[in-house]
Design a protein around this ligand. Sequence first.
Ligand SMILES: [Zn+2]
Length: 103
Amino acid sequence: MSKPLIPKSKQKDIAQERISILFKEASATFSKSPTLAHRYIALARKIAMKTKTKIPRELKRQFCKHCYHYLQPGINTRIRTRAGKVIISCLDCKNFMRIPIKN
Ligand SMILES: [Zn+2]
């Protein structure tokens, strides 16, 4: 691949935009095709890693950090609060993530 002519800062803006679009698409297609939704997450992660951008905090909770599946509350994920933490359980790989609640 040739060297991109777009400045790095601009690349990151584009990356952020594409990541949010992919997450939007993932949530829209999940009910029809979970595999496709999981693929969108994989692509979003790839973009984030390649451009070294962060996946926004609110989007980070929408996928499993173990199996990278898209998480749809009530379908393949369980969200509970316990001891000042939000527990997000992935029902696909049976792992869970803990997020402390900040005040
Ligand atoms: Zn998982």
